[in-house]
Write a protein that binds this ligand. Structure first.
Ligand code: ARG
Length: 577
């Protein structure tokens, strides 16, 4: 499956090499969209200086080596040295015809790799915050996309389920009773449980002593303590799963691989790092110092491997994740979809794992850095009182907001249809807001903007899909895009066709550089191209039967690409809006 640039770019490159010599074989042909033609080639302008030629002369020379007679109806040197290429209609039509006949819509099947993706990672008996929301949404999109490209994705939900707070949490669970309403609050408002334990810990010395003793029992594997810990885990799982279900993300219990799963590996890793001289004792603690990793005052920053009380650090567990993902999951690439602020931590983890020989050179480890979600005050989104925002509340609010729009726009729809539509639009809007900005930049959580029907928003894209569906409601059945030849006589038709042909490369790019916002931009531009096509080219009232069938096929193909793209983003495409 090819897009026009896949054919044109190598031919232009070859012509450049013939005109200027082999040294220019890898020069970028600089293909750009054009107002005057289907594509503009700017290589002559880019290379003239280096080649010591006048751009216009160079452009002529390139053209003299370029045979695009199959693909182009005109190749023109214009202005200071641009090449304007206009594609032959038959050629473009045949490419679109191939696309329509391709069940993968041009998305390549890549050589299968094992790709563990670490994402979501909320903490047991604690609220999930907006940061967790974002890693969950971005991670899920990358998981879907890489899977669609043919890879074996292993979702790894690295939940925080171990460490000192669990002494206090288990003791609190005992105090309130395992089946009490106070225990069940973990399933709906985990923070209330956590705070209650915390208050007691800070104010009641006896409780604090019990909590410390409980940590020791937990680490020693005391069965009764583990049973209570498991109970807490189950209650938390129920909360996570409610959030995941509401969000419609692909995480299940089978993907849980929390900190505790690495416990058995930790003593061995400590001994190994010490043996290899990578970790050293410092003030009773086992630490790794790495050259180049220094803090504000230029002092080396240690990665804590084992604290002086014998407890293991967050870093040790993460070194274990690398080892496990290489040795047991046979990873070819590993993604960590984690907050920007943990960059230094992860760099140190990778470097430690590399030195220890756990991480081979040819395995790519990537930190997909997640930026912050901000409130109106441009600070991390919190409640007015400063408490962490309940994620459920936030999602419900998005759906409630969407419901208001739906009720206004479609009062005639039955109640259950409106409720479902509000859910699809509200959740879609939140997800799209997260995905459509670069994942490492911050953005302000603004429901009104996210839900707007115009501009680069989730609802705008969902509306574009619903609008195509509404065209098909006027005819007997949704057309099969491959059933009729697609003719591209109007400019808007050509533009739409060229856009559609870029889908495969866009998805591959998201899988290669982990930037979902590129797919968002693509779909947004596709929706815009469709809009201008629909304004300029009558479909059901087209002049002839052939043109009508061709345009319906173009509509159907656009719908398929839109729905597939939205699905990769994790968004639903409502039947009507
Ligand atoms: N549980 C951590 C938190 O809430 C995030 C863990 C991220 N994953 C990891 N492998 N370190 O901040």
């Amino acid at each position: 499956m090819v897009a026009p640039v896949d054919v044109i770019a190598p031919k232009v490159s070859a012509a450049i090499a013939e005109a200027l010599g082999d040294a220019y074989r890898d020069a970028d042909p600089v293909l750009r969209p054009s107002q005057y033609a289907d594509v503009q080639v700017n290589a002559a302008l880019a290379l003239a200086k280096k080649a010591g030629a006048k751009p216009r002369d160079l452009a002529q020379q390139i053209v003299s080596h370029l045979d695009l007679s199959q693909e182009c109806s005109s190749v023109e040197v214009s202005g200071p040295g641009f090449l304007n290429l206009t594609f032959r209609e038959e050629w473009l039509s045949s490419l679109v015809g191939d696309l329509a006949a391709d069940p993968r819509l041009g998305v390549p099947v890549e050589e299968r790799q094992n790709i563990p993706i670490d994402y979501s990672a909320p903490n047991v008996a604690k609220e999930m915050h907006v940061g967790h929301l974002r890693t969950t949404i971005v991670g899920d999109c990358l998981a879907r996309t890489l899977e669609h490209l043919g890879h074996h994705v292993v979702r790894q939900n690295h939940v925080g389920d171990w460490g000192t707070p669990f002494g206090m949490l288990v003791e609190h669970l005992l105090d309130v009773g395992e089946d009490s309403p106070e225990a069940h609050v973990v399933e709906t408002d985990p923070n209330a449980f956590y705070q209650a334990a915390r208050v007691k810990f800070d104010s009641d010395p006896d409780f604090a002593t019990r909590s410390r003793a409980r940590v020791v029992k937990l680490q020693a594997g005391d069965p009764e303590t583990l049973r209570l810990w498991n109970r807490l885990y189950d209650l938390s799982k129920s909360y996570f799963n409610k959030v995941y279900a509401k969000l419609g993300v692909t995480l299940t219990d089978a993907d849980l691989a929390g900190e505790s799963t690495y416990n058995d590996m930790l003593p061995g890793i400590c001994a190994d790092l010490e043996d290899k001289g990578i970790a050293t004792m410092d003030d009773g603690a086992l630490v790794v110092f790495l050259p180049g990793f220094t803090g504000r005052d230029d002092r080396p920053v240690p990665l804590f491997i084992r604290k002086s009380d014998g407890g293991y650090g967050y870093g040790t567990t993460d070194v274990a994740t690398v080892k496990h993902r290489i040795e047991e999951l046979h990873a070819d690439r590993i993604l960590y979809v984690i907050g920007v602020t943990q960059s230094l931590h992860l760099e140190m983890v990778y470097e430690t794992a590399r030195r220890a020989g756990y991480l081979p050179e040819d395995v790519e480890v990537v930190h997909v850095r997640i930026g912050s979600v901000l409130g109106d005050d441009r600070k991390i989104l919190k409640t007015r009182s400063g408490a962490p925002l309940r994620l459920m509340y936030l999602l419900d609010e998005a759906v409630d907001h969407a419901r208001k729009y739906v009720d206004e726009a479609r009062p005639e729809l039955p109640e259950d249809v409106r409720a479902d539509l509000a859910r699809q639009v509200g959740i879609g809007a939140v997800k799209y807001a997260d995905l459509s900005v670069a994942h490492d930049s911050d953005y302000v959580f603004d429901l009104d903007r996210m839900l707007a029907l115009t501009g680069n928003t989730g609802p705008y894209l969902q509306y574009a899909a619903a609008r195509i569906r509404s065209i098909f409601r006027g005819i007997e059945a949704a057309p099969d895009p491959a059933a009729s030849p697609i003719m591209l006589t109007e400019r808007a038709e050509r533009e739409l066709a060229m856009r559609l042909l870029e889908f495969g490369r866009t998805v591959a790019q998201v899988g290669a550089i982990y930037e979902p916002h590129r797919l968002c931009t693509y779909l947004f531009e596709l929706a815009q191209s469709f809009s201008s096509f629909y304004e300029n080219c009558p479909v059901l009232k087209a002049d002839s039967e052939e043109v009508r069938a061709s345009r319906l096929a173009l509509c159907a193909l656009t719908l398929q690409v839109m729905v597939t793209g939205l699905d990769l983003l994790g968004m639903e495409a409502p039947e009507q809006m």
